[in-house]
Design a protein around this ligand. Sequence first.
Ligand code: 5GP
Ligand code: MG
Length: 185
Amino acid sequence: MHADIERILISRQDINQRVRELARQIVADHTAQDASPDLTIVPILTGAMIFCGDLIREMPIAMKIGLMTVSSYPGRSVSSQGAKVIQQQLANVKDRHVLVLDDILDSGHTMRLVAATLRELGAASVRSCVLLRKNRPTALDVAVDYVGFDIPDEFVVGYGLDYNDYYRNVPDIVTLKRSVLEARP
Ligand code: 5GP
Ligand code: MG
């Protein structure tokens, strides 16, 4: 696995520190509006799983978790193939304040689709938080409430992000060697 890594873009230490800052900011913003906030956190699976696990453990407020699986980079894709909701396990989000978590904002299709779906289901508010945002016009066009890191427009894996469903367990955000991306089964 490590032989496939080209370079580390963001180290696990930097991720850890930024995730704590994001958590503090999110809690501060929500408690400023309501002294006892009660949220539904919706991580977009599978990519946001690790980010969610780390973030919510730094957020000492009441929360429920709802799950949505969205696919846009199926298999060996390295660019968006259009977002599709594959599965949802949201429980009741009607009149609840929802915070959507995603690993990365790229074309913005996923965030738009998920936010629209949650509003249709009657969420009282929908906010969004992404760990990474790619430096491309489509991503910068979508309004998100919280961003961990702005990164160059490169294909990255690790900390939940995959290539062909592998590398999610790499603790840092990394790029892969060209030879790996070009390999065929
Ligand atoms: P969007 O819908 O904004 O184009 O893309 C969001 C989704 O595409 C993310 O949830 C993620 O699953 C996938 N994605 C976008 N860019 C990358 C990337 O650089 N690496 C990986 N592994 N997935 C990406
Ligand atoms: Mg994803």
